[in-house]
Design a protein around this ligand. Structure first.
Ligand code: C5P
Length: 401
């Protein structure tokens, strides 16, 4: 759910800032991109070096010149994210937010953002209960800011009361909840096939192909990032499991079919795997031996199941079934014929001819063919193709709902 989400984390100056380091780690583990803004006071508790190392992004604070050309401007910083999280949120920053002060980068960003804002307050229990803070919280709530915590317990100064910042995992859950409220594929189920298949000849040899799985894995990640409960059925690849997905690793086409059917029912299926059309009919249990003078063995082939066509004609057919067509010639004509033959709703056609660099490369130029016609997209990164395809799927499912 957090995979691919961009989170702007504002760290203000409280002792609880040490927990924000763990929060960054937890968010990154879930595939989120985390950018941090430190207030001057926060720098007394955590260093820009530790925050930058954990987030793997440049840390923004008042010491950086946001007007310099190489820097991202504060307005962009405020809006180029899916959510702004203030953790810890001190009484001081909450008061600034309620009043609309913009005296430093953190408060400027909070005033300039048009994204959802979630705050994790952390302060002494008397400050938390003070009429000023109570009024500020009320003001911010009515403006749409949401809150997680604070918890009741022992505070840094040894007193007991409400004011302790929520634990990082509770903050992660609150972020997921806030984001899922407007995730376009929340409550939808998706199946994605990706990568090649390996079809054994004997225990040591197999027939395979050059698919890297990059496009299919990126699609699974993009669907999950839009809130879909996504099952990725992955053939053997060198890629890490994309965050936010349930991944079923398979080798053969028959295993891929079984895993795909096992993930039904679903709202959408995207078959991006390069499934072997044929498999050795009788893979031996023992290694084929080279016998002097006998010549090469004949390998009888059997046809593999067509996973895309099976899903498209299944009693539990997903509402939207999307196939891929990799062709080296007559791309659009072959792809349109394939859409009809396989019974799917869309075909994403890509040219994998020599010199296109599509196989294994990071870029792709695709045409999306549906009942209405052909939409040709510019060449772009496979991640971007995935994001656009996921957005198109969200739109189609919203229309069909
Ligand atoms: O027939 P062709 O392999 O060109 O079709 C490509 C499309 O069909 C892709 O979406 C691919 O994932 C899917 N396919 C499949 N099972 C097969 C063969 C292809 O799902 N056995």
């Amino acid at each position: 759910m957090l995979a691919g989400k961009r989170i702007l984390l504002v760290i203000s100056g409280g002792i609880a800032a040490y927990k924000s380091l763990d929060l960054i780690r937890r968010l990154r583990e879930r595939g989120a991109d985390v950018r941090c803004v430190l207030t001057r006071a926060a720098r007394e508790f955590v260093t820009p070096l530790s925050v930058g190392t954990l987030s793997r992004n440049r840390v923004h604070d008042d010491l950086f010149d946001l007007t310099a050309e190489h820097e991202i401007g504060h307005i962009r910083l405020a809006r180029d994210c899916d959510i702004v999280v203030v953790a810890p949120a001190t009484a001081n920053i909450l008061a600034s937010m309620a009043q609309g002060f913009a005296g430093d980068l953190a408060t400027t960003v909070l005033l300039a953002t048009d994204r959802p804002v979630l705050a994790a307050p952390a302060m002494n229990h008397v400050m938390w209960a003070s009429p000023a803070t109570v009024a500020n919280i009320e003001t911010l709530r009515t403006r749409g800011v949401s809150f997680v915590g604070p918890e009741t317990g022992e505070l840094a100064e040894g007193e007991i009361g409400a004011g302790r910042m929520s634990e990082p995992l509770a903050i992660v859950a609150a972020i997921e909840k806030r984001l899922s409220a407007d995730a376009p594929l929340a409550g939808r189920r998706a199946i994605v096939t990706s990568g090649p298949t390996y079809e054994p000849i004997d225990p040591v040899r197999f027939i395979a192909n050059r698919s890297s799985g990059k496009q299919g894995h990126a699609i699974a990640a993009a669907l999950a990032a839009l809130g879909a409960q996504t099952t990725l059925v992955a053939g053997p690849t060198r890629l890490a499991d994309p965050p936010g997905c349930r991944v079923v690793h398979v080798e053969t086409a028959q295993q891929m079919l079984a895993a795909s059917l096992g993930a039904l029912p679903a709202d959408v299926a995207v078959c991006a795997a390069a499934v072997a059309d044929w498999r050795p009919a009788n893979p031996g249990n023992a290694k084929l031996k080279k016998t002097e003078g006998a010549g090469p063995p004949a390998i009888a082939l059997a046809e593999n199941p067509d996973i895309l066509a099976t899903l498209a004609r299944h009693a539990q057919r997903p509402r939207l079934v999307v196939g891929f067509a990799a062709e080296t010639e007559n791309l659009l004509a072959y792809a349109a014929a394939k859409r009809r033959r396989k019974g799917c709703d869309w075909i994403v056609a890509n040219d994998v001819g020599e010199g296109t660099g599509t196989f294994g490369g990071d870029a792709n130029r695709v045409h999306v063919i549906d009942a209405a016609g052909t939409e040709s997209w510019d060449a772009m990164a496979k991640d971007e193709v995935a994001r656009r395809l996921a957005a198109r799927i969200a739109l189609a499912l919203a229309g069909a709902a």
